[in-house]
Design a protein around this ligand. Structure first.
Ligand code: SF4
Ligand code: SF4
Ligand code: SF4
Length: 291
């Protein structure tokens, strides 16, 4: 069993204002906990913490007011519960995701499963900078993917079947971007205004609006906090496995190139993000050509 100091030195254990105590953060990809895990955490907090827990902005549960001496036992119990000690330092921290296709009517992608796939590959990897990854099922961006170091957002581009539109105006009414209008009795799309939410595709009562296919838009270099920053677009992909592979490539690129002590968004030009983007795009294209 690891010693309490060894555990304290790792991410996920945060010294409190009263330095005699620490808060222990858990690893819960996409914020999904089972009934048994909730019961387990209730027992663990009663045994080692106070009679409360805290829900973090990164969808984890943290147990406050823990005596560092009990950390080895607490760590073992959390591991057994399937909610091990998490991370919060310069690492790949808890992967955040919205409910996605599992529950949300606006969703274009299965956010939770992608979060779990990425968590398996990358959670806790020590990095020169903190890497937050967030997934949203549509451009509504409930988990603010563009304000994370790596963001993934589900998009659907509409395509109207030529000549069949009745001009009923349903899609016009549902499009919140005013990207569709009726001209000469048929709907016309303004692609400059469209943000690819896919709502119009689901709104056509005659099923005349088709999807060009779901795509996963990956952004890099976003930042929340005191100097918020929007991430830059890297690539759009159509396959979740490919998304996990490309996200791993982004993490490797950050690991190899980024400077510690500065946020990723501050270094994007120095790290030659545009060149990296070109390389990723050509690798993905070449891989597709060989399959
Ligand atoms: S981001 Fe979109 S899919 Fe996800 S919860 Fe929000 S509205 Fe639903
Ligand atoms: S995909 Fe969304 S933004 Fe684009 S036209 Fe349809 S409803 Fe409007
Ligand atoms: S909802 Fe369908 S039928 Fe009605 S205007 Fe739009 S594309 Fe045409």
């Amino acid at each position: 069993m690891k010693r309490d100091t060894e555990i304290h030195m790792k991410g996920g254990v945060i010294t409190e204002r009263n330095a005699d105590f620490c808060t222990v953060r858990t690893r819960i990809p996409a914020g999904i906990v089972t009934l048994e895990q909730v019961r387990g955490i209730a027992k663990i907090m009663k045994r080692y913490g106070k009679d409360m827990v805290h829900l973090t902005t990164r969808q984890t549960i943290e147990i406050p007011h823990v005596d560092p001496k009990v950390l080895p036992k607490l760590a073992a119990d959390l591991e057994k519960n399937g909610t091990p000690i998490g991370s919060e330092r310069d690492e790949v921290v808890n992967i955040v995701a919205c409910p996605g296709l599992e529950r949300c009517v606006f969703a274009n992608i299965d956010s939770g499963n992608i979060a779990k796939m990425i968590d398996k590959r990358l959670f806790g990897k020590e990095m020169p900078v903190k890497v937050r990854i967030s997934i949203s099922g549509c451009p509504n961006g409930c988990t603010s993917p563009m304000l994370n170091e790596i963001g993934i957002s589900g998009r659907v581009d509409p395509l109207r079947t030529p000549g069949l539109c009745t001009g009923c105006g349903s899609c016009v009414m549902y499009c919140r971007e005013e990207a569709i209008s009726i001209k000469n009795g048929i709907s016309v799309l303004n692609e400059d205004l469209c943000i690819s939410c896919g709502t119009c595709v689901r709104s056509c009562p005659f099923d005349l609006l088709k999807s060009r296919g779901v795509r996963y838009l990956i952004t890099v270099g976003g930042r929340r906090g005191r100097h918020p920053h929007i991430g830059r677009e890297l690539i759009s992909l159509s396959d979740p496995e490919e998304v996990a592979i490309v996200v791993e490539k982004v993490v490797t690129w950050i690991y190899r190139k980024a400077w510690s002590g500065r946020h990723l968004y501050e270094q994007m030009d120095e790290l030659q993000f545009e060149q990296f983007k070109t390389e990723i795009t050509s690798k993905v294209t070449a891989a597709r050509d060989t399959t």
